[in-house]
Ligand binder design. Sequence first.
Ligand code: C5P
Length: 229
Amino acid sequence: MRVAAIVPAAGAGKRLKSKTPKAFVNVQGKPLLIRALRALGRGGKFHEFVVVVAKNEVASATRLLRRFRVRKFKVVPGGATRAESVWKGLQAVSKGSDWILVHDAARPLVSKDLVVGLLKAAKLTGGAICGMPIQATVKRVNLKSRIIEKTEDRAELYLAQTPQVFRKDLLIARYQKLGRSAFTGTDEAALFDGTSVNVRMVLGDSRNIKVTVPEDLALLEYLLLRGKR
Ligand code: C5P
């Protein structure tokens, strides 16, 4: 398995209410992006890291990755949505890689075991993602009338996380088939909904949080401190 890791980091992080783009926010001395890359690196031997950032951040991200001695990386400009950013990253992946692992820069605590488990699971069917079972009760609501239509069976529902792993040829084929409509999905696995490719769900990790709102930074600090003990 020759795996390229694509790390989308081109989001503005509006919900984080920070002036710095989310991936570059420092937490205990290291930017989220660096933490995510190092955590991934502990889980596998990657052929290359393709980091996707906003166009005006390409030069500063390149300097940052050099400063933190990240090896075998490329930095490319992203798109208007996460899915478009991943597509741009895909185009920068070298011919030598045959598998793609996509991981959010905003998830700095991905574990080695999760990466290893995902790569193993993906090998079986061509694709695997991780996710968490839902603890809450989930209602489907008519957004106009605010009337509840149905209570979903939560036993069948998972909250998707990253990493998400796919055979490169399968992923490219789905982007090509769907065209611009591929850019609206909020994860890569959605590209395979209703297709003959069976994307397997691997049990995720509650520590694998996505930093989205300011409270998540406080939680991350807590998890980092606890992890050191
Ligand atoms: O916005 P959200 O937190 O869901 O973004 C998930 C990941 O996708 C983040 O790491 C973010 O930087 C990235 N992203 C991107 N390009 C966009 C929007 C988000 O690479 N246009």
